[in-house]
Ligand binder design. Structure first.
Ligand code: GDP
Ligand code: K
Ligand code: MG
Length: 301
């Protein structure tokens, strides 16, 4: 296989599975201890945390699902449901992880949450192969699970003993889209999420306007405040000219309102919190200081 050194790949991978199959262990061993320490802080469980694994020409962003580890109480099913469903959308690859040859009702439940007609690759990771008593049983097990769901690939690993992790990485990377890295190469986890929020807003601007406003549009998140119930975000959409600003705002602010609504919905999905999004349009060139808050978009309390 010849690799073009200039091509980079970057995308998001979510790993779903019942508690204790080894999801966190895999993240730790791929990314490093720092992420696991960070993600164990209780306050981080409110947000989706991303673990970032960067090599020369690829960056795998793992979507961690803290909600899936919430213990044995009656809320477990619901928590698993919520966490799994939220990480099944908007990612590039989905992995279901199981523990060796074990198959429980909770595994069955996770399997039932996988999309019937997946539009992204779904892989099966069979973890803890180091502790298998009878390795001959692995193949029939893989075959029977493959009959249950159209997994694109089945990859046996040991997260703890770091067995077959390179093959897993390879399987993930080849399914990621080509693109620039989202994060700095030395960043292990994403705490601010500002960059992705800005990208979401920019995406909505571009989608709303098509060719009318060329790509000089940039977005700057100016304020991000996590309140007890709502995250307050103010962002400036920076354009070159007064005419572009007018187009962006639209008739009676209709366009900027739509951009704000769409962006807010996506940001809420990303950070799993309610968001009050305040958008401004500013002219980059700087001769005008008439930027002002156009609308305050968000939930009515
Ligand atoms: P999670 O709940 O899915 O995040 O599971 P954890 O990562 O917390 O792992 C649960 C338990 O399984 C821990 O005691 C791990 O040490 C153990 N474990 C994880 N991966 C492996 C593995 O590859 N082999 C073995 N033998 N144990 C593992
Ligand atoms: K655990
Ligand atoms: Mg865990």
């Amino acid at each position: 296989m010849t690799e073009n050194a200039d091509v980079t790949r970057c995308g998001m991978v979510s790993i779903v599975g019942r508690p204790n199959v080894g999801k966190s262990t895999l993240m730790n061993h791929l990314i490093g201890q720092k992420v696991s320490i960070t993600s164990r802080k209780p306050q981080t469980t409110r947000h989706r945390i991303h673990g970032i694994h960067t090599r020369d020409n690829y960056q795998i962003v793992f979507a961690d699902t803290p909600g899936i580890h919430t213990g044995q109480d009656r809320a477990l099913n619901r928590a698993m449901n919520d966490a799994a469903v939220s990480t099944l959308s908007g990612v590039d690859v989905v992995c279901m992880m199981v523990d060796g040859l074990k198959w429980t009702a909770a595994d069955e439940h996770v399997l039932s949450l996988l999309p019937a007609n997946p539009d992204v690759p779904v892989l099966l990771i069979i973890n803890k192969v180091d502790s298998l008593e009878d390795k001959a049983e692995l193949l029939p097990h893989i075959q029977s699970l493959s009959e249950r769901y159209p997994f694109e690939a089945v990859i046996p690993v040991s997260a703890l003993k770091e067995q077959n992790l390179l093959e897993l990485e390879k399987a993930l990377v080849e399914r990621l889209p080509e693109g620039d890295f989202w994060y700095d190469e030395d960043q292990l986890t994403d705490r601010s999420l500002r960059f992705m929020a800005a990208e979401i807003i920019r995406e909505k601007v571009v989608r709303q306007l098509g060719q009318e406003v060329p790509h000089q549009v940039s977005v700057e998140v100016e304020l991000w405040e996590d309140g007890p119930r709502v995250t307050d975000i103010s962002a400036a959409i920076l354009v070159e000219r007064r005419g572009q600003k007018k187009i962006l705002i639209g008739d009676k602010g209709e366009r900027i309102k739509q951009i704000g609504t769409q962006a807010r919905e996506d940001i809420e999905r990303l950070i799993e919190r309610r968001v009050m999004l305040n958008l401004w349009v500013k002219i980059k060139a700087g001769w005008s200081d008439d930027a002002r808050a156009l609308r305050s978009l968000g939930y009515d309390e």
